[in-house]
Design a protein around this ligand. Structure first.
Ligand code: TRP
Length: 363
C-alpha cells in the first residue's frame, strides 16, 4: 500500500461493551495503522447500536466511554485521526433522511445482513419459548406457528424488524458519504452494505444531478482468524471472548480452558496444531510459534506447558495494554476528546450536507 494522503478513510464500530481480541486483530489493529497513512475518521456508531439494541439503551453511554478508552490505549490518536461519536454529528441523521428518498425499500429487504441478523436476533430472543408463544393470542400466535417453518417471514413481521434496523445501511452510507470517503476498511460481512452505499451514490447523483456524492471502495486489510476459547469464532454472543484488557487472573483461567487437540491426551502424544486454539494464539503472540508447533507435532511438549508459555506471552502484551488504559482512564476527559472530535467531523460533514441539500432542491 503506498502512502497516499489524499485518500479518506471512514469506519465505525458499535459500542457493544469492552472490546475483545477478535475486535483488535480483526479491525482495530488495522485502524491504528491506517491513521498514519490516510485522512481517517473513526467513530462510535451509537445510533447503529440502537438499531438492534433499543432495549439496552441504558448501557450506551458507558459502553461508548469504555470503547473510547480502549481506542486510546490501542494507539488511536486524536491528533492523527478524527474520532468522534456518531450522534454528536447530526448531519449523519440528516443525510440518512435524504438518502432515504432515493433508496427503494426492496434494496434493503434484499440485504442479506438484514435477513440473517434479524433471524438470528429473533431466534435468540425466543429460544426455548416456542410453547409459550403457541399459547399466546392473535398475531403472536400466528407468528409462533410460522416460527421454525419460515423463519424469515416470522422475523420480518416481528416487532424487532424496526425501521431503524431496516435502514441500517442508509445510515451507514451517510456515515461514509459525509466525508467523501474513498476507502472503507471492512470485513467481508460488511461488503453488501458498502455495495448498497455505492448504489445510493449513483442513484442520488442521477436523481438530483451532479456529482455531489463520492463512490467509496472497500479496503480489505488482511487480518488473522481469531478463535474464541471454545474454538468457534470469537464473539460476544458466544461468550468465548478474551477482553483486550483481560485481567491477569482471568486471562490465565481462560487460556487454561482453551480448546486443544482432543487426540493429544498425554504429553508425548503427537499433536495436531491445526484446530487447536492454543496454537492459533501462539501464532499471534509468539514469534517462535513454528518451534512450538513442531514440538507439539513431534510429541515433545504437552498442552499444559504450551498453555503456560502462552499465558506469559499474552500477559506481557495485555498487561501493557491494561497499564496504558488505566493511565488514559485516569488522565483523559473522554467527553472533551469526543467533543473536539465531533467539532472537527462537523466542520467537514456540514459542508457536504449543505451541498447535498442544495442538490436536492432544499437550499
Ligand atoms: N456496520 C459496521 C459494523 O457493524 C459499523 C459501521 C457503521 C460502519 N457505520 C459505518 C463501518 C461506516 C464502516 C463505515 O461493523
Amino acid at each position: 500500500m503506498e502512502n497516499n494522503k489524499k485518500d479518506v478513510v471512514v469506519s465505525g464500530a458499535r459500542p457493544t461493551g469492552r472490546l475483545h481480541l477478535g475486535n483488535y486483530w480483526g479491525t482495530l489493529k488495522n485502524w491504528a495503522e491506517l491513521q498514519h497513512k490516510y485522512d481517517c475518521y473513526f467513530f462510535v456508531a451509537d445510533w447503529h447500536a440502537l438499531t438492534t439494541g433499543a432495549d439496552k439503551s441504558e448501557s450506551l453511554a458507558a459502553n461508548t466511554r469504555e470503547m473510547v478508552l480502549d481506542w486510546l490505549a490501542l494507539g488511536l490518536d486524536p491528533a492523527k485521526c478524527v474520532f468522534f461519536r456518531q450522534s454528536d454529528v447530526k448531519e449523519h441523521a440528516e443525510l440518512a433522511l435524504l438518502l432515504g428518498m432515493v433508496t427503494p425499500i426492496s434494496w434493503l429487504l434484499r440485504n442479506p445482513t438484514f435477513k440473517d441478523q434479524l433471524q438470528e436476533l429473533y431466534k435468540q430472543k425466543y429460544k426455548g419459548q416456542e410453547d409459550k408463544m403457541k399459547k399466546a393470542e392473535g398475531v403472536t400466535r400466528q407468528l409462533a406457528e410460522a416460527h421454525g417453518e419460515d423463519a424469515e417471514t416470522t422475523a420480518l413481521h416481528s416487532d424487532m424488524a424496526v425501521i431503524g434496523f431496516l435502514g441500517y445501511p442508509v445510515l451507514m452510507a451517510a456515515d461514509i458519504l459525509l466525508y467523501d470517503a474513498t476507502k472503507v476498511p471492512i470485513g467481508k460481512d460488511q461488503l453488501p452494505h458498502l455495495e448498497l452505499t455505492r448504489d445510493m451514490v449513483r442513484r442520488f447523483n442521477h436523481v438530483f444531478g451532479g456529482q455531489t456524492l463520492t463512490e467509496p471502495e472497500p479496503l480489505f486489510t488482511s487480518s488473522p482468524v481469531v478463535p474464541g476459547i471454545d474454538g468457534r469464532k470469537m464473539s460476544k454472543s458466544y461468550g468465548n471472548t478474551i477482553a483486550l484488557g483481560e485481567d491477569a487472573k482471568s486471562l490465565e483461567a481462560k487460556v487454561k480452558k482453551m480448546y486443544t487437540d482432543p487426540l493429544k491426551l498425554k504429553v508425548d502424544d503427537k499433536g495436531h496444531p491445526e484446530g487447536c486454539v492454543v496454537c492459533a494464539f501462539h501464532k499471534l503472540y509468539n514469534p517462535e510459534w513454528k518451534v512450538q508447533e513442531d514440538a507439539c507435532r513431534a510429541g515433545a511438549t504437552g498442552c499444559g506447558a504450551c498453555k503456560k508459555l502462552l499465558i506469559e506471552l499474552m500477559e506481557k502484551e495485555i498487561g501493557g495494554f491494561r497499564a496504558r488504559r488505566a493511565e488514559f482512564a485516569a488522565s483523559v476527559d473522554v467527553d472533551k476528546v469526543l467533543a473536539e472530535g465531533a467539532a472537527r467531523a462537523r466542520a467537514v460533514a456540514s459542508k457536504k450536507m449543505a451541498a447535498a441539500s442544495k442538490a436536492a432542491g432544499l437550499l
